[in-house]
Design a protein around this ligand. Structure first.
Ligand code: HAM
Length: 436
């Protein structure tokens, strides 16, 4: 019986994993360069960790299981609750700000579609312990730098920035009670996805007595902070003025970091997750054809819910799936640096013990080395080496009068050279890489 892979998962054959590995390398390098340390956590968590913290949409997509002790568990659908749990447990011992990153595998029982799988990788970059909006700017910078390093430019993607505090202030100013804000965000999150007439109907039925859909739509489609301040009640709202000032400051800091060309205000960004409290952002390809490449924001209340003290925090998650689609479209999806592999071959079967010694010796000295498991005629071994695309072959026993000599042939230019075996083993990199 043939058993296929589970829907929404991937069989990552080497040629499919190679470009993803390159993305991981860039994510890791860029994180470290910006002062972030790598951490990891469990794939399995108690279901309760997500019940309150992640919001309804994600909870509906959880892969749930019950262990033999009857405990309700879930495969992690996101990293943020695990991070908050881990940091809260050691909050007093960790020097702040805590700057951590990780690249976990996540699981979500979503409708499988372009850019959406059920198992995917997601780079997480978070700063905990700083309420300063410079931390928000820094995480955005990290995300932008990674995409730049992968070859994308400001013509390819943009960071769309909004602010939950600003939205809350705006809803408050319009007289929408706080316990209804969750419903309002969920609807606002559908702006642009729902047909406009339908959006208006839903909004006006729920909130039209406070704020007309037409006004909300004007606000959401503008990128003008002044326009938000002039909404009903806006001028008198200290909360709204403060949130607008915070957003202006964030844009200023992004300008100081030199990435203004990548960043724009966009009030259509609401974020589906429940825990955001301040600036929020999403990275999109310029055509906005694909789903978000990355999403994140400030979540100042989550740590407090996990531990004793409230700790401000900000971060993002960037998945590999949408990013790979975009890189592929731009011709930037590379299989990574090709390894320079050498192939050792033996002219006679009696040289097998020497060949195995040479192979192990080269590898021990850092040279990626291949060989044929069983002895074959030299022509066949050469063919195998060719198929593997090696950069050079090293032939043992090429000179029957001097068993100490080996012949090295470079595949690209075809140059050949004979060297003493001991000299090769003493410093193989020098011998293989020097000019002949
Ligand atoms: P999120 O918006 O749920 O945020 O996911 C962030 C990114 O992960 C998305 O923009 C997308 O690239 C990728 N992603 C999400 N779901 C899928 C899927 N089913 N298939 C492929 N890619 C997907 C979070 O997860 C937050 N925890 C991020 C965060 C970290 N906020 C603060 N710190």
């Amino acid at each position: 019986m043939k058993i296929p892979p589970v829907k929404g998962t991937r069989d990552l054959y080497p040629e499919l994993l190679a470009p993803i590995r390159r993305i991981f390398d860039v994510w890791r390098d860029v994180s470290i360069r910006h002062g972030f340390e790598e951490y990891d956590g469990p794939t399995l968590e108690y279901l309760d960790l997500y019940r309150e913290k992640s919001g309804e949409e994600l909870v509906g997509q959880l892969y749930r299981l019950t262990d033999s002790g009857g405990r309700e568990l879930a495969l992690r659908p996101e990293m943020t609750p695990t991070l908050a749990r881990m940091v809260a447990a050691r909050i007093n011992a960790l020097p702040k700000p805590i700057k951590w990153f990780c690249i976990p595998t996540l699981f979500r029982g979503e409708n499988v579609q372009r850019g959406r799988l059920r198992e995917f990788f997601q780079w997480n970059v978070d700063v905990i312990g700083s309420a300063d909006v410079v931390a928000d700017a820094e995480v955005i910078l990290v995300g932008v730098e990674a995409l730049r390093e992968l070859g994308l430019t400001s013509a390819d993607f943009a960071v769309h920035i909004s602010n939950r505090r600003l939205m809350a202030a705006m809803l408050n100013a319009a007289g929408i009670p706080e316990d209804r804000h969750g419903v309002a965000y969920a609807l606002m999150d559908k702006f642009g996805k729902l047909d406009p007439v339908e959006f208006d109907r839903h909004w006006d039925t729920a909130f039209g007595s406070h704020l007309l859909s037409a006004q909300l739509r004007d606000m959401m489609s503008s990128s003008d902070l002044d326009a938000v301040e002039s909404l009903p009640g806006g001028r008198n709202s200290k909360e709204l003025r403060e949130a607008a000032a915070e957003t202006r400051r964030l844009m200023e800091l992004l300008a100081n970091f030199g990435i203004t060309e990548f960043c724009r205000i966009d009030f259509r960004v609401v974020r589906g997750l429940a825990y955001y409290t301040g600036p929020v952002f999403e990275f999109y390809d310029r055509s906005e054809k694909e789903r978000a490449i990355c999403g994140g924001g400030r979540y100042d209340d989550l740590l407090g819910k996990m531990g004793k003290s409230r700790e401000p925090a900000v971060g993002f998650g960037m998945g590999d799936v949408v990013l790979s689609l975009l890189l592929e479209e731009k011709g930037l999806l590379q299989t990574g640096r090709k390894q320079q592999v050498v192939f050792v071959l033996d002219a006679e079967e009696s040289l097998r013990p020497t060949l195995l010694r040479v192979v192990a010796g080269l590898r021990r000295r850092g040279v990626p080395t291949e060989f044929a498991y069983s002895w074959q005629a030299i022509g066949k071994q050469l063919k195998l080496a060719d198929k593997k695309g090696v950069s050079a072959v090293i032939m043992l026993g090429a000179d029957s009068t001097n068993p100490q000599l080996v012949r090295i042939k470079r595949m690209a230019g075809g140059q050949e050279r004979e060297v003493a075996l001991d000299e090769l083993l003493a410093d193989p990199r020098r011998v293989l890489e020097q000019d002949w």
